[in-house]
Design a protein around this ligand. Structure first.
Ligand code: IPE
Ligand code: IPE
Ligand code: MG
Length: 247
């Protein structure tokens, strides 16, 4: 039986976040350059976006390029940026047909001009879509996001718009890049690494974490469904006891 058929449709997570990892190792298996892995990673993205739409996930956030990834060799960074522009150009029509909206989180202004323009073009084109929201984390890191939020809150305190006594979780949420999204209930990381790598630290405070050894270019929608199935079989206690949840 397929994992898709085992899913409880009224318990689908509203927001799934994925750390897409393992492209370089996938390419190395075939004696190829790392970029070959990134190119094949696009097929995994396509399948997962389709799968998320099919089962009614509301938000799918994909960690595509971290602040730390700027430290990679220039050729790899350039190849990734080129691939981003190419993929957005090629996939936007299909996203439109599938009613997928696009959003970006991260330090967008640090991206090359042509990447920024392509993103704006696609976001505008998909603006009226009302199905899945696909969120790309680009030049993103959680510590960066939190520091930016704190700076802006401090400005507002200084100008008298915010009183320090008003600073609470809700206010903090409003100043993050993810202000209009629910927190992810499920965070997936591929490639067997069991770390968070500066991704959504605030937002995953109570997320269920799912690690799979599969390398990103091999990941497909059925793997997403398997992760959601695993998620649906966990008990989320939020500090309470099992007995409390039963009653
Ligand atoms: C993930 O794959 C893609 C990005 C971080 C952009 P990697 O490029 O990190 O691949 P590995 O982890 O080296 O195999
Ligand atoms: C995390 O992957 C970032 C993205 C998937 C975009 P990395 O491969 O860069 O993470 P680390 O540095 O090995 O933790
Ligand atoms: Mg990696």
């Amino acid at each position: 039986m397929l994992f898709k058929d085992k899913l409880i449709l009224d318990k689908i997570p509203r927001h799934v976040a994925i750390i897409m990892d393992g492209n370089g190792r996938w390419a190395a298996q075939f004696g190829n350059e790392r970029t070959f892995g990134h190119e094949h990673g696009v097929e995994a993205v396509r399948s997962v976006v389709e799968g998320a739409s099919e089962v009614g996930v509301g938000y799918l956030t994909l960690y595509a390029f971290s602040t730390e990834n700027w430290a990679r060799p220039k050729e790899e960074v350039d190849a990734l940026m080129g691939l981003l522009v190419q993929s957005i150009s090629e996939e936007t029509d299909e996203l439109l047909k599938s009613n997928v909206r696009l959003r970006v989180i991260g330090d967008v202004k640090s991206l090359p001009q042509n990447v920024q323009e392509k993103l704006t073009w696609s976001i505008d084109k998909l603006n009226a879509c009302s199905g899945l929201t696909l969120v790309l984390a680009l030049s993103y890191s959680s510590k960066w996001e939190i520091v930016e939020a704190v700076k802006r809150i401090a400005e507002q305190v200084k100008s008298g718009e915010v009183d320090p006594s008003e600073i609470d979780y809700d206010l903090m949420n409003r100043f993050l890049n993810t202000s209009d999204m629910p927190d992810p209930e499920l965070l997936i990381r591929t490639s067997g690494e069991c770390r968070i790598s500066n991704f959504l630290l605030w937002q995953i405070a109570y997320s269920e974490l799912y690690f799979t050894p599969k390398l990103w270019p091999d990941f497909r929608k059925e793997d997403l469904f398997e992760a959601i199935y695993d998620f649906q079989n966990r008990e989320r206690r939020f500090g309470k006891t099992s007995q409390q949840l039963e009653s």
